[in-house]
Design a protein. Sequence first.
Length: 220
Amino acid sequence: MADKQDLLVEPTEGGACELSARVRRALEDSARLKQEIARTQAPAIVETARVIHQALLRGGKLLLCGNGGSAADAQHLAAELLVRLRPHIDRAALPAIALAMDTSSLTACGNDYDFNLYYKRMVEALGRGGDVLVGISTSGNSENIVQALEAGRGRGLTTIGLLGCDGGRALAHCDHALVIPSQTTARIQEAHISIGHALMELVEDLWIAQPTQKHADASA
């Protein structure tokens, strides 16, 4: 077992300052990137929220998929609609499904077929015309996301990409795309979840603004 002194190494004064500077740079870079997105992509975010809202209003559902941290973002955003987004707003649950939730199907597909086919098969099984599919990829080149978006479009789903870098190969399969102009995975992910929250808030605002939905939510 390591000695306590091996585990807890006090940084030098210069080292502590350098670490603090790194933290400041990371936070400042993240803030600058989000400010750029606010300047350049706010209308596109609003339009994307309207697309999701209209699909839900017509009885469709929202499907979301990603890998790693992006899979976690997909689950996070689905929960915002399924359960509750803001504590002061109580509304009916809205249909949103994160496609990475079923570990038995996920591992079966990886074992019996190919991991890259998993989201495609889920879209083929669960997606219907009028639904919306959100594919999240920081590079835009995740093969399983590319195949899912292609399959979704082929089945009549509206496809949305939360992408990074230059959008990658996924961009060609998106009806709507929000592309983060960065090469740094962490900064892209931070922007994705901020955009995701903005989208879900707008969808919720549009939903509760519908007179029929106000009545339905009140009686639910």
